[in-house]
Write a protein of this length. Structure first.
Length: 201
């Protein structure tokens, strides 16, 4: 499994306008071995698009009607930045140390925690660049020390989070828990396409 090798694999939560308490978010973001990323609208100051209690992180957007694929791109770019600090500042090139687990933990640890207006009892992690960058580029060696500690005391540090998201064994989304059946979908598409061609002749 790529996760065991420290590889960051994330997916957008989905773009349907559903409430937190109904469909949740889509596969593959709902897979507990994939980091699920949603959107937080910085204009309306509230989460938007699909989400759920197990969602791992939300990225900020200034788009009035955002797509979660964009927000996932922001999370991926942030993971690359953190990993570069691992390489350049801590001289750690081992992805199993500067792992996807560590990257997400750091994002959640510095995140803003927001309440979901569609589900008052649900809270979500929202990426907070200011807090994250302050920690990454502080003159102190706190970042490298935390990186070293996480490699040996992961469970202890995860217990300091307010709650565990899906990626860390917490609640998972009920939306599309199984991968879609691509073969059947492709067959249906091919049949429909052939039917349209016959009608057009």
């Amino acid at each position: 499994m790529l996760r065991n090798h420290g590889v960051w694999i994330s997916a957008a939560s989905g773009n349907q306008h559903v409430s937190n308490t109904s469909a949740g978010y889509n596969w593959p973001a709902s897979d507990p071995n994939i980091i699920g990323v949603g959107c937080y609208n910085n204009i309306t100051m509230e989460p938007t698009r699909q989400r759920g209690i197990g969602l791992d992180i939300m990225s900020r957007t200034l788009d009035v009607d955002p797509f979660t694929s964009y927000c996932n791109t922001v999370a991926v770019a942030t993971s690359i930045l953190i990993r570069d600090v691992c390489f350049q500042r801590c001289q750690v090139h081992d992805l199993t140390i500067c792992s996807a687990d560590f990257l997400l933990f750091l994002m959640q640890k510095t995140a803003e925690i927001v309440n979901d207006p569609d589900a008052p009892a649900t809270y979500l992690y929202v990426l907070n660049p200011q807090r994250l960058y302050t920690f990454l580029f502080s003159k102190k060696n706190d970042f490298c020390a935390l990186l070293a500690e996480f490699s040996t005391k992961k469970e202890t540090l995860l217990s300091t989070l307010p709650w565990r998201s899906s990626f860390f064994g917490g609640p998972t989304s009920a939306a599309n828990p199984e991968p879609p059946v691509i073969a059947d979908s492709l067959e249906a598409f091919t049949s429909a396409s052939a039917s349209r061609k016959k009608k057009s002749k």
